[in-house]
Design a protein around this ligand. Structure first.
Ligand SMILES: *Cc1c(COP(=O)(O)O)cnc(C)c1O
Length: 375
């Protein structure tokens, strides 16, 4: 069976984890957390990066830093993972969903302004498949309406928009290092903060509402409870697992891109024949080959294609039941405007196997199976 995902692993990780154990430093904010943080800050040029226990928790932290009041509104796409909405719902805010663009599956920037009310506080764009949203437009809207921007860049590590790292253009950005992402620590993530002046407050919330981070840096001589907070520090062993990948991030990225390009070239004739649609990457965007998806005609064809691939021992998956049609989405949020593409396009989308270590021959075999289905 060709698996859909294989968690990334780089062999140096085992030695790094042993080092944590030998040094008896397995809790958060150890040497490997520092190394990952430094790498991420240098790579992205974010004002400040904090490693977290997940992207969900990074978004929770961002939502806390946005200081939302119950009833405040957050504009986001409905075609996304639940965490993008949940973090704001936990603060009592109302998710206001708007439609996506069919070419990138990202929030349609042209529909955002019409969804703004006097209660809107945040725009939360999601960079689907590591391909950036139209950020210049979104940032301009945010500026004119005095809104915060929280980027869900879970899938966007190593991707850029006009040369800028995803997650660094809004006030806050969130990365995921879940095992299904390009770089992984099992469960983990990072919060990217634009304004370094917000970093101290973020550190306090991440450290149970205490100023322990300052204490470790020798800036205060004891630490104490100074604000509300929770615990968002990953174990340094997880950071060690991740760091091994970050050290060879270019190699991982190049390999994923070559798999992606191979899929694209292989399947181009099917797209030219009008049988399927291939992903679109706007000229301003450099992507990270987080996923390779195709679009079938409709849900019936997609279901048949998944079955056909399964018979050929290939796992292919789809995702995101649009949030506005889920029970919690209906309860907590609302859709603004018309759902022209969200449901229709999500029902056509099919993700093909994509992981670090995917062999070119395997990509060819998968493409052959897709072509056989349409023959
Ligand atoms: C994976 C993902 C998340 C959640 O990441 P975790 O690290 O598992 O919390 C959030 N948003 C999007 C778009 C994702 O793909």
């Amino acid at each position: 069976m060709i698996r859909f995902n294989v968690p990334p692993y780089v062999e140096t990780a085992a030695g790094y984890i042993q080092e944590c154990i030998r040094n008896e430093k397995i809790c958060g904010d150890g040497a490997y957390t520092a190394k990952c943080t430094k790498w991420l800050e240098e790579k992205t040029s974010a004002g400040k990066v904090l490693l977290t226990t997940s992207c969900t928790h990074a978004t929770d932290l961002a939502a806390l830093l946005c200081d939302l009041k119950p009833g405040d509104e957050v504009i986001l796409p409905s075609f996304t993972f639940v965490s993008t909405a949940n973090s704001f719902v936990l603060r009592g805010a109302v998710p206001v969903f708007v439609d996506i663009r069919p070419d990138t599956m990202n929030i349609d920037e042209k529909l955002i302004e019409a969804a703004i009310t006097e209660k809107t506080r945040v725009i939360a764009p999601v960079h689907y498949a590591g391909v950036s949203c139209e950020m210049d437009t979104i940032l301009d809207i945010a500026k004119r309406h005095n809104l915060l921007v929280v980027e869900d860049a879970a899938q966007g590590v190593m991707s850029t928009y006009k040369g800028k790292a995803l997650g660094t253009m809004g006030d806050f950005g969130a990365f995921s290092f879940h095992e299904t992402k390009n770089y992984s620590m099992g469960e983990g993530g990072a919060l990217l903060i634009k304004d370094p002046a917000m970093a101290e407050e973020a550190e306090i919330i991440r450290e149970k509402g205490t100023d322990r981070s300052k204490f470790y840096r020798g800036q205060v001589d004891k630490y104490t409870w100074v604000n509300y907070g929770s615990s968002y520090l990953p174990s340094d062993m997880n950071a060690a697992y991740l760091y091994a990948q970050l050290e060879v991030a270019d190699r991982i990225n190049d390999q994923r891109l070559s798999s992606w390009n191979r899929y694209y070239r292989n399947l181009q004739p099917l797209a030219d024949a009008g049988k399927i649609e291939l992903p679109h990457v706007p000229a301003e965007c450099v992507h990270n080959a987080h996923m390779f998806y195709i679009k079938a005609k409709d849900i019936t064809e997609r279901t048949a294609l998944i079955g056909h691939l399964k018979e050929n021992e290939i796992m292919a998956v789809f995702h995101y039941i649009p949030l506005h049609s889920s029970p919690a989405g209906k309860h907590f949020g609302r859709f603004h405007g018309e759902d022209v593409y969200t449901t229709k396009e999500s029902e056509r989308l099919l993700r093909l196997p994509m992981y670090y270590g995917l062999e070119p021959e395997t990509v060819d075999r998968i493409c052959d199976a897709v072509k056989a289905f349409y023959a």
